[in-house]
Ligand binder design. Structure first.
Ligand code: TPP
Ligand code: MG
Length: 681
């Protein structure tokens, strides 16, 4: 029989050897948390290594993701499809063992972690997802959704402000199946943390309404085991287990307990000394059969999944509709009625052609879709009335009442985004959350994680320009639209009216490989007239909204030859200005086309033929957007002009700021005349 320490030592040697082989990585944390991980995984974690997607598995999140070798060792040892060969490829190109755990790359990795604190926020999202699904789908005798979410955090995670935001929400909502284990090793990269991290963590978490189990020796399996038992018994609060550990446990005392072993290979001598100290006989990457046996979780995993499957089959027999809906939710497919209903709705909006703010239009969309899409889970960072994220069918969750489809996140943009990531990777939900566009900066790193993980998270970002008016430069986004467009995998829509807003929502919901930002106006914008063909073309991201009168249609790319003199290219609230300017220019005898481009990334993915039909190369162009100008030169070229804003805004009524910064129809007209004359010269 192997003892628990020997099982844990397998993690230690695999971690130090993989880091040594890569000459890169973090051995200290896996060596320090190995005993805790051994207890959790061998005695508590409910999972099936042969099916990492089994929906009722416990979730395990390594928020201190730099210790990735801990997770890889666990996955390998318990029988996931992660071979020794994969561990030997630690941190190498295209391996299944990247530097930090990455969602979608390694079986068993639930979410990407590495930016400290974000794993904890995602874990809160997953624990919330579990409760929400349980409330929707469980029936008497049938707890088909019933599992724990375990999360490892380091000092760094708890230093990050995000841990405050996320833990505060978890405590307030009483997410009792969330169990967090803190690696209290007193060390971070710069050394001993007492000079920069000295608050009383147990008291801090008690103040959040957590159960705190303090002073656990993280190298004493019996203590850790008892703490987890206590944690699981709590029906009201999440639990923090504070585990005192020694970073690099097992390594020589010159290294263990110091920042030395945080993020560098131990070195051949120290690796050899550690082997001796741990009494580990085998060479690198050799694990004795009895150690594998002690870890192998496949038989038990298969059995627990099978038991659950039997329960689910009985449930499906008694509640066939619920079971089918549960399965639909997990696949992420929209309901059958979806596309027909949306097409009809968009037609109606076009025929009404109302002039409303696009944030209001967005709310109209939500009123139409929320009942139809129970997977929608909305929220706002305390700006529900401004973002207009509440629909007539929204039900806000509250402590003790986790039945609902909306969350008041409070003023916690970062946690909102991090929690939405947790909900999205969990599956069964399409999270959307609102704040002002400018405050996406607070959530930026979590939005980047939605993008890296290609998750369907919808950011409803209102007050999208100086058009918000009096609140002034701190609230007026300038560089944000460009920043978001530059972020890979993010799709950004800046619709100009109700119809484009509805299409933007449709595209966001039907997108399965990344987050979408909806940039919406605070102020009213004019409804635009469209033919059915133009309505359909919105889905291409950019389209001809108004053709130059007098232009002869010579077919694709022939418009320039047909007398078209200028293209005004605009997005969102500036489309209306472009239309006004076109009117004046047409009256003066110029032949001017207006192109509306609500979504640059979708337009850029169209065929070259389509793109050049909409924006023929030879025709001079002016792009107009109330934001940073740089990116628009890609479309207008060196001969074109961009009317935008490359400075901070002002506090004043919106019309006055538009005047002051030259975002007006008059300025477009004068710029256009000058451009046409210059080109003729
Ligand atoms: C947001 C963020 N900032 C900085 C880093 C770089 N970083 C990685 S680990 C670490 C120290 C973390 O300390 P701790 O959690 O105590 O880890 P330990 O040294 O105990 O393993 C830092 C600063 C990061 N990964 N994420
Ligand atoms: Mg530490």
């Amino acid at each position: 029989m192997t003892n628990q320490r020997e099982l844990a030592n397998a993690i230690r040697v695999l971690s130090m050897d993989a880091v040594q082989q890569a000459n890169s990585g973090h051995p200290g944390m896996p060596m320090g948390m190995a005993d805790i991980a051994e207890v959790l995984w061998n005695q508590f974690l409910k999972h099936n290594p042969q099916n990492p997607h089994w929906p009722n598995r416990d979730r395990f999140i390594l928020s201190n993701g730099h210790g990735s070798m801990l997770q890889y060792a666990l996955l390998h040892l318990t029988g996931y499809d992660l071979k020794l060969q994969d561990l030997k490829q630690f941190r190498q190109l295209h391996s299944k063992t990247p530097g930090h755990p990455e969602f979608g790359i390694t079986p068993g990795v639930e979410t990407t972690t590495g930016p400290l604190g974000q794993g904890l926020a995602a874990a809160v999202g997953m624990a919330l997802a579990e409760q929400l699904l349980a409330h929707t789908f469980n029936r008497a005798q049938y707890s088909i959704v019933d599992h724990y979410t375990y999360c490892f955090v380091g000092d760094g995670c708890l230093m990050e402000g995000l841990s405050h935001e996320a833990s505060s929400l978890a405590g307030t909502l009483g997410l009792h199946k969330l169990i967090v284990l803190w690696d209290d090793n007193g060390i971070s990269i710069d050394g001993e943390v007492q000079s920069w991290f000295s608050e009383n963590i147990p008291q801090r978490f008690q103040a959040y309404n957590w159960q705190v189990i303090a002073n656990i020796d993280g190298h004493n399996p019996a203590e850790v085991q008892r703490a987890i038992v206590t944690a699981r018994k709590n029906r009201q609060q999440p639990t923090l287990i504070c585990c005192k550990t020694i970073i690099g446990f097992g390594a020589p005392s010159t290294v263990a307990g110091t920042a030395e072993c945080h993020g560098a290979a131990l070195g051949a001598d120290n690796v050899a000394a550690t082997r001796q100290q741990l009494n580990w006989q085998e060479p690198a990457f050799v694990i004795p059969a009895e150690i594998y046996q002690g870890w192998d979780a496949r038989a038990k995993g298969k059995q627990v999944e099978q038991q659950w499957q039997e329960l689910f089959n009985a449930y499906a027999a008694e509640y066939p509709e619920l079971a089918a809906e549960y399965q639909r939710r997990l696949t992420g497919m929209l309901p059958d009625a979806w596309s027909g209903s949306m097409a009809e709705f968009i037609q109606q909006l076009q025929s009404k052609n109302a002039s409303v703010a696009t944030r209001k239009a967005s709310q109209q969309v939500l009123d139409h879709i929320t009942e139809m899409l129970p997977e929608l889970f909305g929220g706002s960072a305390d700006l529900s009335g401004s973002n207009l994220t509440l629909s007539k069918d929204s039900v806000a969750i509250k402590p003790g009442q986790l039945r609902g489809n909306y969350m008041h996140y409070g003023v916690r943009e970062f946690a909102m985004a991090g929690i939405m990531n947790g909900l999205a990777v969990y599956r069964g939900f399409i999270p959307y959350g609102g704040t002002f566009l400018t405050f996406i900066d607070y959530a930026r790193s979590a939005l980047r994680m939605s993008a890296i993980m290609q998750q369907r998270v919808i950011y409803v970002l209102t007050h999208d320009s100086i058009g918000l008016g009096e609140d002034g430069p701190t609230h007026q986004p300038i560089e944000h639209l460009s920043m978001l467009r530059l972020t890979p995998n993010v799709s950004l829509w800046r619709p100009c009216d109700t119809v484009e807003t509805a299409v933007a929502w449709q595209m966001a919901l039907e997108r399965h490989n990344g987050p979408t930002v909806l940039a919406l106006t605070r102020q009213k914008v004019a409804g635009q007239v469209r033919t059915a063909e133009q309505c359909a073309a919105i889905q291409r991201g950019g389209y001809i909204l108004a053709e130059g009168v007098g232009a002869v249609d010579f077919g694709v790319a022939g418009a320039a030859a047909g007398g078209l003199q200028l293209i005004l290219l605009a997005t969102g609230s500036e489309v209306e200005l472009a239309m006004q300017a076109r009117e004046v220019l047409q009256q003066a005898g110029y032949v001017v086309r207006v192109v509306s481009m609500p979504c640059v990334d979708v337009f850029s993915a169209q065929s070259v033929d389509y793109q050049t039909m909409v924006l023929p190369k030879q025709v001079p162009k002016i792009a107009i957007e109330a934001g940073a100008t740089g990116l628009w030169y890609k479309f207008v070229g060196t001969t074109g002009t961009v009317i935008g804003i490359d400075r901070y805004g002002e506090s004043a009524p919106a019309e006055i700021i538009y005047q002051e910064l030259g975002i007006t129809a008059e300025h477009i007209v004068s710029t256009a005349k000058k451009l046409i004359v210059d080109i003729m010269l």
